[in-house]
Write a protein of this length. Structure first.
Length: 447
């Protein structure tokens, strides 16, 4: 496969049927995954749960994935169009050896991706991903006859997932009116159904996928339509999912956006009050706003930070046994209920807090006062040279001294490009912009 690592931070992703993400790769990748992840228990034939989002290329890739799994001797359990967290849940619920989700999340329709889950519904550690990748080109023996895998469905897959979500919702949602933007994605059927069963009055938006319209100007990356719909319908809040519904953002009754930091803070306080916040700790990434840090400090909650990426949040949650973590983008993980980010679970818990307290979303979200944040992408010749530059270090230290405890500076190299991301938070947008611009100039000429 060359020197480039096939797996990114969230599976294998690219232009469907393009140079990378071909049916041939899907066959080889899923066959290797079946061999690697099916090794844990040779007493039975490996079983894989296979789901997808509704984008058109998912039909092609599903067929290829099934061919790869069965050619390696694994049975494929098809659950159709369901959110990514549903696949993770079902892997554990049915005792499968692995799960395969075909989705490119919030990416545009031409892209697609393949995400793998191990037994129990957990994301794969790097070492297992490397083993799966190494096995793609191997000439492993192929089963024949009765040893070839079989294909069957799981007719009650959606019902099982909905029941799981409702069991994790601590209060009925009666009296709440919510607009849910499903992004024409994998939650288009299950999200409105779940929220209604939980007791809410639901107005579904962009819940008619046709294979081509997923994420097309809608969903969690395009909040304008949701904000307008919340105001139009006099709703208490709006919930926006992305294409595979592993995250959500919210909108309050006025149309103001409630981001992942504010959602996490609201849930952290709720879980603290219920005695569910293990060690009084929330896990977030370094990109979370300083306002979240200050809010958690005021609430007596410890905030632990990780590298950017939900996999690093998951690692910290598992290693520390913590009960809540997530990202500013709206990926929120509650390990007691889910092994991965689950946008529907997050929304249910957020609405349950509103219902239990009688507070508006704006009131709950006000626990965090986000500081103005400016993020500049600076093209550089050598990311390593920037990291080693004394001039850059001096400039960062001087900026941090200038901001004091009222702001924050973060420099982060891109994982895929010759870019350094300069992020500055400050009491005013003007100060954040001027500080970021000054630092960007130093970074751009670093040697």
């Amino acid at each position: 496969m060359g020197e480039r690592r096939l797996f990114g931070t969230d599976g294998v992703r690219g232009l469907a049927n393009g140079e990378l993400l071909t049916p041939e790769l899907a066959v080889a990748l899923s066959a290797s995954a079946a061999r690697v992840l099916g090794e844990r228990d040779r007493s039975h034939r490996p079983v894989a749960v296979v789901g997808r989002d509704p984008r058109a290329s998912g039909e092609m890739l599903e067929a290829a994935v099934v061919a790869g799994l069965t050619s390696a001797g694994a049975d494929a359990l098809l659950v159709g169009v369901l959110p990514t967290p549903a696949i993770a849940f079902l892997v554990g619920a049915v005792g499968a050896d692995l799960g395969v989700m075909i989705s490119a999340s919030h990416n545009s329709m031409p892209d697609n991706g393949i995400k793998l889950f191990a037994a129990g519904g957990h994301k794969l550690p790097d070492a297992i991903e490397d083993a799966v990748e190494a096995g793609i080109d191997s000439a492993a023996p192929r089963p024949t006859g009765a040893a070839i895998g079989r294909v069957r469905g799981l007719p009650d897959a959606a019902e099982r997932y909905v029941e799981h979500l409702l069991a994790a919702t601590p209060a009925p949602l009666a009296g709440l009116r919510v607009v849910v933007d499903c992004a024409h994605g994998s939650a288009s059927a299950v999200a409105p159904e779940t929220y209604r069963k939980a007791g809410a009055d639901v107005i579904a938006l962009h819940a008619s996928p046709d294979g081509l319209n997923i994420n097309d100007g809608v969903g969690s990356t395009h909040l304008g339509p949701l904000r307008a719909a919340v105001r139009e319908h006099g709703a208490d809040l709006g919930i926006a999912h992305d294409g595979d519904a592993d995250r959500c953002l919210a909108v309050d009754a006025t149309g103001a956006v409630v981001d992942g930091d504010q959602i996490m803070a609201t849930l952290a306080v709720a879980m603290r009050d219920a005695g569910e916040l293990v060690d009084g700790t929330l896990v977030a990434t370094v990109m979370s706003n300083l306002g979240l840090h200050l809010a958690m400090q005021d609430a007596g909650i410890t905030l632990r930070t990780t590298q950017v990426g939900d996999r690093y949040v998951l690692e910290e949650l598992r290693s520390g046994g913590f009960s809540l973590g997530g990202e500013q983008s709206g990926h929120v993980v509650m390990p007691r209920h889910s092994t991965t980010g689950d946008g529907l679970l997050t929304a249910l818990r957020l609405m349950a807090r509103m219902a239990a307290t009688g507070s508006s979303l704006a009131e709950l979200a006000s626990v965090v006062t986000p500081l103005p944040q400016v993020l500049l992408n600076v093209v550089v010749a050598d990311k390593a040279a920037v990291a080693d530059s004394a001039a850059v270090r001096d400039a960062v230290e001087a900026a941090q001294v200038e901001l004091g405890g009222t702001g924050r500076v973060l420099l982060r190299p891109s994982g895929t490009e010759q870019l350094v991301r300069v992020m500055v938070e400050a009491p005013t947008t003007e100060l954040a912009q001027s500080t970021a611009s000054r630092l960007a100039e130093v970074v751009a000429v670093a040697r």
